[in-house]
Design a protein around this ligand. Structure first.
Ligand SMILES: NC(=O)c1ccc[n+]([C@@H]2O[C@H](COP(=O)([O-])OP(=O)(O)OC[C@H]3O[C@@H](n4cnc5c(N)ncnc54)[C@H](O)[C@@H]3O)[C@@H](O)[C@H]2O)c1
Ligand SMILES: N[C@@H](CCO)C(=O)O
Ligand code: NA
Length: 816
């Protein structure tokens, strides 16, 4: 059987409670799970506030009312009218008791820890009672359990210590007598020998789950929260942080000791003692595997598991000859602090024993100094000890992982990353277990430091790219073939692995964090994929939260564009051959670039212009190196180029267009090529990259088609009209030929103006000599003034386009 614990957010609203019950329903109900619940989010704070207000003699009615409303709204939403009454009645009894207690505090102006525990207990009791009743609509065997009756503790109110033997016996007996029930147990609360309510302190509901799990030898303890498990670093600081699939208990404790609030370390101890795996799962992304904390973790190639940090600490320095050789000095110091409940975060001592530095919470620092002055009065008076000094505005950063022990060079890597980034280290401590190396740095440097250290330790991973591919047409398919061919070479020569972790087309989609087989992807997608839904695909991609993720858009659709923004914001790079994004409104183009930059990810779209030809890149490098673009002249429609190069002699126009389509040069809809729209998009993107904030309507286009072709409502009609208008095209061709010229469709950008025109050029024109689907682009710049820089070659076709997409993908994370 399993123990499932749901935290405050998971029970925080009607919607979330429904999700929670669905998750419980998906369990194997043959072996009844035990469900441990927290108070609804916000309620514990409201209760604390109310109690403190009462103590000060202030009004607390609004707090009570808020708590009541929160619960009653859920009852009205999730229970049918007929079933509401008993729950309302019971909760009203709870609220009356609570009001009496608060009234008593108000009268006495005194709030003992014992009374406070009693008051707080109503948070868990209300939520759990209510939810167990909602659950009973779904499973008849749902039962409310006041957990305080089964977890027996000492009388240390606020942070009680569990009597394990007695507790385990009580839980076992109770469970045995109620084996057929799904127990909904209040987290956090317990009771002492006299039956008074006690509480288990911070992270108390996790602790409840661990205690029940250990007593019942559960197969697993699932902690359902609102994040995707434990991550390599605080994701608010490190955008590239990713979820860890597995951790040992020690690693999890070290990681969460500093910062990672996912689970409170002591709560793991009961599970650790009985080797029961703890799984951290996300209620809002249940399909995400989460983090397993267990004893037999698979060996991992990660040098460290993560970086944890404490945002704000103070350090206290003690120096003086009084410490030298005095066994027991540090003993006296630290037992004093522990007696006074001051938590010492970290200690370093110089080898000369001349000084001791230790870190505490800033709010404890002044108290610690006062205690030291009193305890060491004699030493201070005799000048054997200097007055203790406090330094504030500091942070702790720690790297954690069991592999450190076996791997030399770990601290070297840590300190060189800090050094390279100009971060000053105030103090260092290495846990004797070698699971943890901690440094104290300035608070202002914390974010930079954690990011730099994350990069330094997880760069190997950078070499695995996880790609999510949209579109399996002409370009998408060719890309997969190229990837398959090239994979062994990349692994061998570039330490690079490209994993296809998702594929989606208009019909089907499939995702797999392990990577999909490139031999068999088509069969996998068609036979094991689910029905395609782009929004779901993107959500699932984000949920997988893989490092170095790249979203590859190989469609010609508008649909994916609206997702780019959110994808960048999830720190995922985008590679696209789809021009629709960059050629829609300027504001959107701008926002894509800015967002990608803010989130430190890449946005590559080389194939938007001239397929695989290095055009976007060339322009970018010209601009970055300070050159100024005076003029761009270009032929950028591979399709029209092919048509003009092959529509000669006896060849018909219609047949030539068909050929271009069969050769894979045209857009999925060839009208986009012939009406100049595709060319317009490319010119617009170039102009924007060259620094002009233009819109599509600013581009002047010469039309090369007769009216009837332009108006064709479908591709079939379009081809019919091309046939019917054969003479129009013949005339064009003959006119050019009679003058010894060729037809060229040429785009020009000059002084922020863009136009595309149909021209007849003779052999003195640089664009005269072209063949196949060639594109040509000439950049006239400050530096390339009298003779322009020219890029020329095939600018359409599946192989060259897929190759351009491929190159963009492998550049992710490596080019700036
Ligand atoms: N052909 C070229 O030479 C060339 C050159 C440069 C750029 N491009 C660009 O490449 C892109 C793809 O062209 P293609 O010839 O491979 O097209 P295609 O029609 O052969 O394939 C498009 C694929 O996208 C999928 N798709 C469409 N809308 C989708 C959606 N909303 N969600 C998920 N999947 C969707 C389709 O199922 C199909 O698999 C186009 O944007 C084109 O402009 C092509
Ligand atoms: N259809 C496009 C493909 C390259 O973007 C062309 O003919 O140029
Ligand atoms: Na290109």
């Amino acid at each position: 059987m399993k123990v499932l614990k749901f935290g405050g957010t998971s029970v925080g609203s009607a919607e979330n409670i429904k999700t929670l019950l669905r998750l419980v329903g998906e369990e194997n109900l043959q072996q009844k799970p035990v469900v441990v619940l927290s108070a609804m989010s916000g309620v514990t704070n409201l209760l604390t506030d109310a109690a403190e207000r009462a103590e000060r003699g202030e009004d607390y009615d609004k707090h009570l009312k808020d708590i009541e409303d929160k619960h009653f709204a859920v009852i009205r939403t999730l229970l049918p009218a007929a079933a509401q009454n008993p729950v309302f009645t019971r909760l009203k009894i709870f609220f009356n008791e609570l009001e009496d207690l608060l009234q008593a505090v108000h009268n006495l102006k005194e709030l003992s820890l014992q009374t406070k525990d009693q008051i707080l207990s109503y948070g868990e009791r209300c939520s759990t009672f209510m939810i167990s009743h909602i659950a009973s609509q779904q499973f008849a065997e749902a039962m409310y359990v006041n957990g305080s009756e089964f977890i027996k503790t000492d009388s240390n109110f606020g942070q009680a210590k569990v009597d394990t033997a007695l507790t385990e016996m009580l839980i076992k007996n109770f469970y045995a007598a109620n084996k057929d029930k799904v127990l909904f147990v209040t987290g956090f609360i317990s009771s002492n020998a006299a039956g008074r309510v006690t509480t288990l302190g911070r992270g108390g509901s996790d602790y409840t789950a661990a205690v029940w799990g250990a007593a019942l030898e559960a197969s697993e303890i699932e902690i359902w929260t609102d994040v995707n498990g434990m991550m390599t670093a605080d994701p608010r600081i490190v955008k590239k942080a990713f979820s860890l699939p597995e951790l040992s208990y020690t690693e999890a404790m070290e990681l969460s000791y500093f910062g990672a609030k996912v689970i409170y370390p002591p709560t793991m101890i009961p599970a650790f003692m009985k080797k029961i795996p703890i799984v951290i799962k996300n209620t809002f992304e249940p399909e995400f595997a989460g983090t397993y904390i267990k004893s037999d973790v698979k060996s991992s190639n990660l040098p460290i598991k993560g970086i944890s940090s404490i945002d704000h600490i103070s350090i206290i320095n003690l120096t003086g000859s009084g410490m030298v050789g005095k066994a027991g000095f540090s003993g006296r110091l630290f037992s004093l602090l522990s007696r006074e409940q001051i938590n010492v975060v970290l200690i370093t001592q110089s080898s000369s024993e001349h000084s001791i530095t230790f870190a505490v919470k800033p709010s404890d620092a002044a108290h610690a100094i006062a205690l030291i002055k009193k305890e060491f009065e004699l030493e201070l008076d005799a000048n054997k000890l200097a007055l203790p000094e406090i330094e504030s505005n500091l942070s702790v950063l720690a790297i954690v992982g069991e592999n450190m022990k076996r791997t030399p060079g770990m601290s070297g890597r840590l300190f060189s990353a800090l050094g390279r980034n100009g971060i000053n280290v105030r103090a260092i401590a290495q846990g004797s277990s070698e699971y943890n190396i901690s440094v104290i740095i300035n608070k202002d440097d914390l974010s930079k430091a954690v990011n730099a250290v994350h990069d330094a330790f997880f760069t190997d991973l950078k070499r695995t790219l996880n790609i999510f591919c949209l579109g399996t047409g002409n370009i998408g398919k060719t890309l997969f073939n190229q990837l398959k061919e090239q994979m062994p070479f990349l692994a061998e020569n570039n330490d690079l692995q490209v994993k296809v972790t998702g594929i989606c087309n208009t019909r089907k989609m499939i995702l797999n964090a392990e990577g999909l087989s490139l031999e068999d992807w088509e069969n996998e997608l068609n036979n094991h994929g689910e029905k395609a839904n782009l929004a779901t695909f993107v959500e699932k991609m984000k949920a997988l939260n893989l490092p170095n993720a790249v979203f590859v858009d190989n469609t010609a659709s508008e649909a994916p564009i609206s997702f780019y923004q959110g994808i960048f914001e999830s720190s995922i790079s985008v590679v696209t051959c789809n021009k629709k994004g960059n050629s829609a409104d300027y504001a959107q183009y701008r926002s894509f670039k800015d967002t990608a930059r803010t989130f430190g990810v890449d946005f590559y779209y080389e194939t938007n212009v001239g397929a695989g030809l290095p055009i976007i890149r060339t322009l970018k490098e010209l601009m970055m190196s300070g050159d100024k673009v005076a003029r761009i002249e270009a032929i950028l429609s591979g399709t029209i180029s092919y048509i003009f190069n092959n529509f000669k002699g006896d060849a018909g126009f219609y047949e030539t267009v068909k050929e271009a389509q069969e050769l894979g040069y045209t857009e999925p809809d060839p009208r986009d090529d012939l009406n100049g729209k595709d060319f317009m998009r490319k010119m617009l993107i170039l102009a924007r990259d060259a620094g002009y904030p233009l819109e599509a309507e600013n581009v002047k286009i010469d039309n090369i088609l007769p009216e009837a072709c332009l108006k064709a409502a479908s591709v079939d009609d379009f081809y019919k009209e091309l046939k019917a208008n054969a003479s129009y095209f013949e005339e064009l061709k003959n006119k050019a030929a009679s003058e010894g010229k060729v037809l060229r469709y040429i785009g020009k950008l000059e002084n922020g103006n863009v136009e595309i025109s149909l021209q007849m050029v003779d052999d003195s024109h640089p664009f005269y000599m072209l063949s196949g689907s060639d594109n040509i682009i000439s950049f006239t710049t400050d530096r390339y003034k009298s003779r322009p820089l020219v890029v020329k070659g095939p600018g359409a076709g599946a192989e060259v386009t897929a190759a351009g997409v491929f190159a963009d993908i492998i550049n992710v994370g490596t080019l700036s």
